[in-house]
Design a protein around this ligand. Structure first.
Ligand code: SAH
Length: 219
């Protein structure tokens, strides 16, 4: 690419830097998370027709009625888990296009991801393979049940909203483990951080958010 063409496309480093500064302005303070957002090619997780919008702080359609999460929400969830304890084994529910999985892969030792729509699972496996992400294991399933074979988890991230926190996922948390998820009804959801303490569960509200619902069964 000639020097004068560099930095023109919306997939350019300049667009990514602008997104990172925007997230910083919204309160994302973890330099590690900001750096991972800066270096992860979000435009490769959406259809080519949407690539020019990939570095806007917005959710975008990924087909099957689902969306790639808004970068702010990905950053906020990742930061909440990263700053509250270890990240050796992380369980992700609702992998979608795999963008959040790729972000987690860079701050965790091992990521286990579940997605209920088979077509998305196939696409996301291929995409992670192409990007040489090797520490994410993907499974087609109903994430509300978790993935007991690899439990306990240091952290659980749920990228779809439910009225309450799925009990199986809390059970699969290690002592001191954290879970982040949107809780509430459409139009009235809050991101919460749950910590599994000896004395019981601590639940802290983080942000108002808008997610697709956590759906029962397979798609
Ligand atoms: N983190 C994803 C967001 C995808 S949107 C990304 O960055 O692309 C939420 C995803 O949760 C959708 O793909 C949807 O199919 C999935 N989902 C909803 N209910 C689920 C369930 N019970 N188990 C697993 N995945 C589920």
């Amino acid at each position: 690419m000639s020097p004068d063409r560099r930095g023109i496309g919306m997939t350019s480093q300049r667009a990514r830097n602008r997104l990172v500064e925007h997230l910083r302005g919204m309160g994302v303070s973890s330099e590690r998370v900001l750096e991972v957002i800066r270096t992860t090619p979000r435009h490769l997780f959406v259809d080519e027709a949407l690539a020019s919008r990939a570095y806007e702080n917005t959710a975008l359609p990924i087909g099957y009625g689902q969306t790639i999460s808004q970068p702010f929400v990905v950053a906020a969830m990742t930061q909440a888990l990263l700053e509250s304890g270890p990240m050796n084994k992380v369980l992700e529910i609702g992998a979608g296009c795999g963008y959040q999985s790729a972000i987690l892969a860079q701050v965790a030792t091992q990521v286990f991801s579940i997605e209920r729509i088979a077509a998305l699972v196939n696409k996301l496996r291929q995409r992670l393979h192409e990007l040489r992400v090797t520490n994410v294991r993907v499974r087609h399933g109903d994430g509300r049940r978790g993935w007991s074979a690899h439990a306990p988890y240091d952290a659980v991230l749920i990228a779809a909203a439910a009225g309450d926190i799925p009990a199986d996922l809390v059970d699969q948390l290690a002592p001191g483990g954290r879970l982040v998820m949107p809780v509430g009804r459409p139009g009235d959801q809050e991101l919460v951080l749950l910590t599994k303490l000896e004395a019981g569960l601590k639940v802290e509200p983080l942000h108002r958010v808008s997610f697709v619902p956590l759906v029962e069964g397979l798609g």
